[in-house]
Design a protein around this ligand. Sequence first.
Ligand SMILES: O=P(O)(O)OC[C@H]1O[C@H](OP(=O)(O)OP(=O)(O)O)[C@H](O)[C@@H]1O
Ligand SMILES: O=c1cc[nH]c(=O)[nH]1
Ligand SMILES: [Mg+2]
Length: 209
Amino acid sequence: MGKVFVCDHPLIQHKLTYIRDANTTTKDFRELVDEVATLMAYEITRDIPLQKVQVQTPVATAECKVISGRMLGLIPILRAGLGMVDGILQLVPAAKVGHIGLYRDPVTLAPVEYYAKLPTDVQERELIVIDPMLATGGSANAAIAALKARNCTQMKLMCLIAAPEGIQAVQKEHPDVDIYVAAIDDYLDDHGYIIPGLGDAGDRLFGTK
Ligand SMILES: O=P(O)(O)OC[C@H]1O[C@H](OP(=O)(O)OP(=O)(O)O)[C@H](O)[C@@H]1O
Ligand SMILES: O=c1cc[nH]c(=O)[nH]1
Ligand SMILES: [Mg+2]
């Protein structure tokens, strides 16, 4: 079963408080999501493999390390996942970015795919699927399945807030995928909103409501 990591760094938790606050403006919400994404990227890249290299300093030879292994790919789920991309790229600027567009049918809550554009070498990369909200898990499961259908084998899921229902759904359908979150909330309401959550992440990021 995939592991769940709660990124409980005080800076992440502090910023998440203001992300949740209904009085936070669109501008501040966007900036805070960007900042938390950078901090979470620090956690999610912790297990990147290193290889030894020698480097010549001005005075001696130093035994050093550089990142090795697979190159990274970021896969934001549109729309709301877009809000976390730049923050992660601050730390891993060489990552390529692929987009998967999904929206939840408002009645059935089932994910509907409307867009997919991925790097040509996506199956060779270690992927981070990004979405601020993991509610029923339908969208994350569909995005991960879309990547697996393209022969991708290595991926992690990064979300700001998860409902227990969403975590269980991803663990059941994709037990090979580890999940990184800033918080696990209480439950889903009848409309599939995470409680207490932060409302609709896409609308709050882009000011559409
Ligand atoms: O776990 P789930 O039940 O699938 O719900 C989570 C999805 O819902 C939201 O997207 P939404 O459908 O609101 O689209 P948007 O990002 O365009 O607003 C959110 O950004 C996730 O993608
Ligand atoms: O609470 C929720 C659930 C799904 N999508 C959101 O943006 N918020
Ligand atoms: Mg939305």
